[in-house]
Design a protein around this ligand. Structure first.
Ligand SMILES: Cc1cc2nc3c(=O)[nH]c(=O)nc-3n(C[C@H](O)[C@H](O)[C@H](O)COP(=O)(O)OP(=O)(O)OC[C@H]3O[C@@H](n4cnc5c(N)ncnc54)[C@H](O)[C@@H]3O)c2cc1C
Length: 370
C-alpha cells in the first residue's frame, strides 16, 4: 500500500506528467481536472509543440530538455517526431551562437547547416547562418497530455473530473467533496492567476497559431521545426495533414482563459501571412486552413514557477508559469519535483515565488528585431 499521498489539480502537461511519475513511484495519486487532459482551452491543447535543447547560455534548461526528450521517447515514441529543429540566426554572436557553445559543452548534437536545404522554398537574405539540432523536433502535444494522464491512471492514479478550489491545505471539489493528502500540487496553467493572484504574478497573453495549406513537399518530418529567435516567429511543416504551421511569437494582449473568445486577431493573422510569404515565397497566398487561439502563462523571466505555498509548510505546491516551454521540460520537471516534495533535494531557488527581474533569455522567440 502506498505510504505517501498526492493530489494534483490540473491535467495539463505539467500536472499529468507529475501524476504519472509519482503514481509509478508508488504514491497514491489523485488527479483532478475540470475539463479533460489536453482540452482545447488548456495550454497543452494544441496538436504540436517544438522540443529543443538550445536555451542560449543556460545549461540547466539544456540538460532538462535533453532529459525530457529521452523521457518522451520512453513514454511513447509515437508522440515524438524527430524532424530536427532549425535555428535561423541573424547575428554571428547572438543567442544561437551562445546555444551552440552550450550544446557543445554538454555533448548535445548540433551543427551549422544551410537552411535552404530544409525547405521546398526558402528566402534567407536576412539569415546569417543556421544551427540544426538533429536530436530535437516536434511533440504531438495534445496526444502526449492524454497519454500522460492515461499512463498515470494505468499506474494506479485516480482521475477525478471536477473543478477544485483551495481551502487551506485541502482541495475542495465543486460537488463539495474535500480532498486531503500528504502533498497537494496546483498545476492549473493560466488559471493559476485567478486561483492564486499576486502570489504567482503570471501574465496571461493571447497567442494565435495559424495553419496554411500546402502540398506533400511541405510535410514534417522532412521539413523540420524552426525558430527565428530575433524575428519572433516559429513554425513547422505539415504534420499529420494539419497544414504548415506559422506563428508570430510576440506577446499578445492579455487573455482570460475560461471565457476568452478563441478567434485569432486580424493583426496576428496578417503577421503570419506576411512572414509566410517573406520566408517561404512559394507559400505566398497559401490558404489559411486552420487556427488556434492559445494563451501563454508568463513569468517575468521565463523561468517556471515551482515552489511551496508560503502558508502550508511545504505540503502545498504551486507549479506553472510554462512561459512557452513546458513540453520541453515537463517529464524531467516531474522527476525533480518529486525529489523536492519528499525533501530529498532542496527546491531550486530559480523557480521560487517572488519578484523576478525581466528577462527573455529562455524564450524561443522574444526580442523581435522586425
Ligand atoms: C501558442 C503556444 C505555443 C507554444 N509552444 C511551445 C513549444 O513549442 N514548446 C513547449 O515546450 N511549450 C510550448 N508552449 C507552452 C506549453 O504549451 C505550455 O507551457 C503548457 O501547455 C502549459 O501546461 P500546464 O500544465 O502548465 O497548463 P495547461 O495545459 O493549461 O493545463 C492546466 C489544466 O488545469 C485545469 N484546471 C485549471 N483550473 C482548474 C481547477 N480549478 N480545477 C481543476 N482543474 C483546473 C485546466 O482545465 C487545464 O486542463 C506553447 C504555448 C502556446 C500557447
Amino acid at each position: 500500500m502506498a505510504d505517501r499521498s498526492l493530489v494534483v489539480v490540473g491535467a495539463g502537461v505539467l500536472g499529468a506528467a507529475l501524476a504519472r511519475h509519482c503514481a509509478r513511484a508508488g504514491w497514491a495519486v489523485t488527479l483532478v481536472e475540470a475539463v479533460a487532459p489536453g482540452h482545447v482551452r488548456s495550454g497543452s491543447g494544441d496538436e504540436s509543440r517544438l522540443i529543443r535543447c538550445a536555451h542560449g547560455e543556460d545549461e540547466w534548461h539544456a540538460r532538462s530538455a535533453r532529459r525530457s526528450w529521452t523521457l518522451w521517447h520512453e513514454i511513447d515514441p509515437a508522440l515524438v517526431v524527430a524532424s530536427g529543429l532549425l535555428w535561423l540566426a541573424h547575428r554571428d554572436d547572438g543567442w544561437e551562437a551562445a546555444s551552440e557553445r552550450t550544446l557543445t559543452t554538454l555533448g548535445i548534437p548540433s551543427e551549422r547547416v544551410a537552411p535552404g536545404d530544409f525547405f521546398p522554398s526558402f528566402a534567407g537574405d536576412d539569415v546569417a547562418w543556421a544551427l540544426l539540432e538533429p536530436e530535437a523536433g516536434i511533440l504531438r502535444a495534445r496526444d502526449a497530455t492524454r497519454v500522460l494522464a492515461e499512463q498515470a491512471a494505468g499506474a494506479g492514479a485516480t482521475l477525478v473530473p471536477a473543478r477544485a478550489r483551495p481551502d487551506g491545505a485541502a482541495v475542495v471539489l465543486d460537488d463539495g467533496r474535500r480532498l486531503e493528502a500528504d502533498r497537494v500540487v496546483w498545476a492549473c496553467g493560466a488559471w493559476m492567476a485567478a486561483l492564486f493572484g499576486d502570489l504567482v504574478g503570471l501574465k496571461i497573453t493571447q497567442q494565435d497559431v495559424f495553419y496554411f495549406g500546402a502540398d506533400a513537399t511541405w510535410r514534417t518530418p522532412s521539413v523540420p521545426g524552426w525558430v527565428d529567435y530575433d524575428g519572433a516567429t516559429y513554425g513547422l511543416g505539415d504534420l499529420d495533414g494539419r497544414g504548415v504551421k506559422m506563428c508570430p511569437d510576440r506577446e499578445g494582449p492579455s487573455f482570460e482563459p475560461e471565457h476568452g473568445r478563441r478567434t485569432p486577431l486580424e493583426a496576428h493573422e496578417q503577421v503570419a501571412r506576411d512572414e509566410l510569404a517573406r520566408r517561404f515565397p512559394a507559400l505566398a497566398g497559401a490558404p489559411l486552413v486552420g487556427t488556434r487561439t492559445c494563451q501563454y502563462e508568463m513569468t517575468a523571466d521565463g523561468e517556471f514557477l515551482i515552489a511551496p505555498h508560503p502558508d502550508h509548510d511545504e505540503r502545498v505546491w504551486l507549479v506553472g508559469g510554462g512561459s512557452g516551454h513546458a513540453f520541453n521540460h515537463g517529464p524531467a520537471l516531474a522527476e525533480r519535483l518529486e525529489r523536492w516534495m519528499t525533501g530529498d533535494e532542496p527546491p531550486d531557488p530559480r523557480f521560487a515565488l517572488g519578484v523576478r527581474a525581466a528577462s527573455r533569455a529562455l524564450r524561443t522567440a522574444g526580442s523581435g528585431l522586425r
